[in-house]
Design a protein around this ligand. Structure first.
Ligand code: PBG
Length: 345
């Protein structure tokens, strides 16, 4: 076999295009911040941000989350204050997670009428805020074993029993005022079960944001600390996706859309930018990304050590997620990002 031909040193860009002095051409539009702002392709708008809220029973309560500087668990009355502040900043939406007073094997606190998320949703709905109310629809915060649904005798999560309970959860959240329910349990058929339950209860206008491409990520660690939802045994790899798989993400998203999802969510965000870009090219529904607890905590921790510039790092991370194809980003930095975006105008 003859050796592969070696490429000759190629002609310069100037040679190919007949252009003078190529070294200066691209830098011309980077010269001043005014020029850079004029040609910027991606901007963060407050409406593209969704802020997570962790709520627990009681009044007047705020508890910092150790692994997520700046994030607090709050009681419903305090959640209303936070929600007003976020809505005033123009933040597009809020997503609620609940920490119930009691947990049990079937996650009852997730789907009862006066569950902590349902109570908070009623308060927020009655305040008529100009921000979208999203409820995370999962049972892991409410089960005493920390898995996303009731278990079979062998310890695996019971798929079909779980999707029935997720349907109940979604109906109770819709009844309490959720505009959007966001199933995140990664059970097969969960979107269809939720759509059917919502429609049967007359909630035809409640939209479903499917956490479609959600991997079994190491980056959820601080969330489980915030929500007290770490599994007491095993892990979630039997239902969340292997982070090594991109084609499987497309199958998950195909299924969720066929089942009736109105919007798709990719999670975690920065580790999944390829999936986000592929999803944006393939589907015409709104697509969001969840910049998860570990992505936020990593930046915060580095910033606290003086190793990263917090504002620039959060801005760059979020801009990159939007650039890759997200129409909105769920982020723990929503309030700061919204305030910075307003300053930038
Ligand atoms: C519920 C849920 C989780 C997150 C969002 N919804 C935890 C998990 O799957 O273990 C994680 C969000 C974050 O890390 O910020 N299943």
């Amino acid at each position: 076999m003859s050796p592969a031909p070696q490429p000759e040193s190629g002609p310069s860009a100037a040679g190919v295009f007949g252009l003078p002095d190529p070294a200066h051409r691209l830098r011309r539009l980077r010269r001043t911040e005014t020029l850079r702002a004029f040609v910027r392709e991606t901007r963060i708008h407050p409406r593209q941000l969704v802020a997570p809220l962790f709520v627990y029973p009681g009044t007047g309560g705020r508890q910092p989350v150790g692994s997520m500087p700046g994030v607090e668990r709050v009681t419903p009355d305090e959640a209303l204050k936070d929600a007003r502040r976020l809505a005033d900043l123009g933040v597009g939406g809020l997503i609620l997670f609940g920490l119930p007073a009691e947990k049990d094997a079937t996650g009852t606190g997730g789907w009862i009428e006066d569950g902590i998320v349902q109570q908070t949703l009623r308060l927020l709905r009655d305040a008529d805020l100009d921000t979208v109310l999203i409820a995370d629809t999962c049972l892991c915060e409410y089960t005493d074993h920390g898995h996303c649904g009731p278990l079979l005798a062998d310890g695996r999560v019971d798929n079909d029993a779980t999707i029935a309970l997720l349907g109940r959860t979604a109906v109770s959240q819709a009844e309490a005022g959720a505009d959007i329910v966001a199933p995140s349990a990664m059970m097969d058929g969960q979107v269809a079960a939720i759509r059917e339950a919502l429609d049967d209860a007359g909630h035809h206008d409640t939209a479903i944001l499917a956490y479609a491409a959600k991997t079994a990520s190491a980056f959820y660690g601080p969330f489980r600390d915030a929500a007290g939802s770490a599994p007491s045994f095993g892990d979630r790899r039997g239902y969340q996706m292997d982070p090594a798989n991109a084609r499987e993400s497309m199958r998950e998203m195909d299924h969720d859309l066929i089942e009736g999802a109105d919007m798709l969510l990719v999670k975690p965000a920065m580790p999944s930018l390829d999936i986000l870009a592929a999803a944006r090219a393939r589907y015409d529904v709104p697509i969001g990304a969840y910049q998860v607890s570990g992505e936020y905590a990593a930046i915060e921790a580095a910033a606290r050590n003086g190793w990263l510039d917090r504002r620039r790092a959060l801005t760059e991370a979020t801009t990159s997620i939007l650039r890759a194809g997200a129409g909105f980003v769920i982020t723990y930095a929503a309030a700061d990002l919204a305030a910075w975006a307003r300053e930038a105008i």
